[in-house]
Design a protein around this ligand. Structure first.
Ligand SMILES: [Fe+2]
Length: 200
């Protein structure tokens, strides 16, 4: 089996991932694991020094569209965990999408507005909007609140950090038409690494 991939291979990232592994292994449920992960994740969001500028850059050719860059920092060999940054230029927004895995998502730089959708008869319904500022983060435990989109509201590019229990950029998930609720297969990819097989 291939080795874990530390694209950003620093002692800080290795320590962080080791702590995450330990927390997940000792927790009885995703909710409990997320509770245990909170302090370490908050510290990561509060630390201005660990994420190189290269991983805070938009990407003109991204799978998300709008110049949105999804940069892989770490992923487990077995696809059970990934850490990545999502860089959204001012005014740009992601498609409405799901994640299909639990974990933590938080804001590192800039500000965003998140729109959360729920399934409704004949489509999707906007459940709520929430603003996100640097340091804000939440536990994502699907299917609850798994469908959303984010938009950058700051004049500067926003950077969010995702710790999710799949290889989020490479799994096939869904993007949705917010009006009709229609789902289409969606694989966002990463800017800086390939997925095993390219989308057809
Ligand atoms: Fe998302």
């Amino acid at each position: 089996m291939a080795a874990d991939e530390y694209v950003l291979d620093t002692p800080l990232v290795r320590d962080f991932i080791a702590g995450v592994r330990e927390a997940i292994a000792s927790a009885g449920s995703p909710a409990e694991a997320c509770e245990r992960l909170r302090p370490g994740f908050a510290a990561l969001l509060a630390d201005p020094g660990w994420l190189p500028a290269a991983y805070q850059e938009p990407a003109p050719q991204s799978g998300m569209g709008g110049g949105i860059g999804q940069w892989l920092l770490y992923r487990a060999a077995d696809g059970s965990l990934s850490l990545f940054s999502l860089v959204v230029p001012p005014g740009a927004q992601t498609p409405v999408h799901d994640h299909l895995a639990w974990g933590l998502v938080g804001l590192y730089r800039g500000t965003q507005e998140e729109e959360i959708y729920v399934p409704a008869p004949g489509g999707l319904e906007l459940s709520r909007r929430q603003p996100l500022a640097p340091g804000d983060f939440y536990a994502l435990i699907p299917p609850r609140d798994d469908v959303h989109r984010v938009r950058t509201t700051s004049a500067e590019t926003s950077v969010s950090i995702h710790l999710l229990t799949n290889d989020t950029g490479c799994v096939w998930r869904h993007a949705y038409d917010p009006e009709s609720g229609e789902a289409r297969p969606f694989r966002s990819g990463y800017v800086n690494v390939a997925c095993e097989e390219e989308p057809a």
